[in-house]
Design a protein around this ligand. Structure first.
Ligand SMILES: Nc1ncnc2c1ncn2[C@@H]1O[C@H](COP(=O)(O)OP(=O)(O)OP(=O)(O)O)[C@@H](O)[C@H]1O
Ligand SMILES: [Mg+2]
Length: 285
């Protein structure tokens, strides 16, 4: 009898043990299922990251290829540009003068597109020096002079000789893009105003045109790469201008004028402001 009780107890404890083992087994199975799903998820993430990395490597390689092609095209183009300006000078006052100016202008805007693409493919680091803003504006306007003349645009300038800290070549690239856009929106002529404004910490160069103004929907989009409303625009001009201004601790702002056209303002920190302890490290827009 005693043995039967012991056997019964042993049987019960065996059943209890096997039940708790079953529960434990279920829990373990759940854990294994969870971990298997987690491993699969991590594997998928890893694959995505690897694909992303491969795509980045491809893009870098393509960017380098584009940069070397652009570089190859630019050298002969610079010679063509020089010869066309000489031709343009020689033909001044003759019936072919306008034709030569047209060639010269076309080559200059081609050169500008290539410079933009080169910067986009391989952004340069600015080498900041003292720059006479007035000179940079004059040089950019000189390049665009034939186009301004052909379109019958009147130019009004009020740019004092302010010194800013910048990279002359990159600044000229910004100015070329902004001024070229302004000239392009006035095919039938108008007034192009270039002037400066001064604030406590900044110095702004304003370029004001009398074009059709900026579409309100395009206000932000126009700074995106490849956004263009022009038939032959690459849509890189403003993207690059924005990037270069950032490298100068400045920024760029666009607005529709109340009457007609638009005004683009380039804000530069006043010399010394960016380096002063507690000074504005970066102007905020
Ligand atoms: N002064 C302006 N007035 C009205 N719209 C402008 C002006 N400047 C730029 N935009 C708008 O912003 C768009 C983008 O300008 P962005 O300079 O980046 O490229 P793009 O001029 O179209 O081409 P690219 O400069 O590469 O030749 C233009 O297509 C135009 O729609
Ligand atoms: Mg442009």
């Amino acid at each position: 009898m005693e043995e039967a009780v012991k056997l019964n107890e042993a049987f019960h404890s065996f059943t209890r043990a096997s039940k708790s083992l079953e529960v434990y087994y279920e829990k373990l199975s759940d854990k294994v299922r969870y971990l298997t799903a987690e491993v699969e998820r991590k594997n998928a993430q890893l694959k995505e990251l690897q694909d992303h990395h491969k795509r980045n490597l491809r893009l870098i390689a393509m960017g380098e290829m584009a940069a070397s092609i652009v570089h190859e095209i630019r050298s002969p183009l610079c010679s063509i540009e020089l010869f066309s300006s000489m031709l343009s000078n020689d033909l001044k006052g003759t019936e072919h003068s306008e034709m030569a100016n047209g060639i010269s202008t076309g080559i200059k805007s081609l050169n500008n597109i290539l410079t933009n693409m080169l910067f986009f493919a391989k952004p340069q680091k600015p080498s900041l020096k003292d720059v006479h803003l007035h000179n940079a504006v004059e040089e950019s306007l000189k390049i665009l002079a034939p186009l301004i003349d052909i379109r019958g645009i009147t130019l009004s300038k009020d740019v004092p000789d302010e010194i800013i800290s910048g990279d002359t070549e990159l600044l000229k690239q910004v100015l070329m893009n902004i001024l070229l856009n302004a000239v392009q929106v006035m095919p039938g002529g108008g007034e192009l105003k270039v002037y400066t404004e001064e604030g406590e910490n900044y110095f702004a160069l304003a370029v004001c045109d009398e074009g059709n103004g900026i579409d309100i929907d395009n206000m932000e989009k126009m700074f995106d790469p490849f956004f263009s409303t022009k038939d032959k625009g690459t849509g890189l001009g403003l993207t690059i201008a924005h990037k270069i201004m950032q490298c100068h601790n400045g920024f760029i702002k666009a607005e529709r004028n109340e009457d007609r056209g638009s005004t683009f303002r380039l804000y530069f920190p006043k010399k010394g402001v960016a380096d002063e302890p507690g000074g504005n490290k970066q102007l905020k827009n």
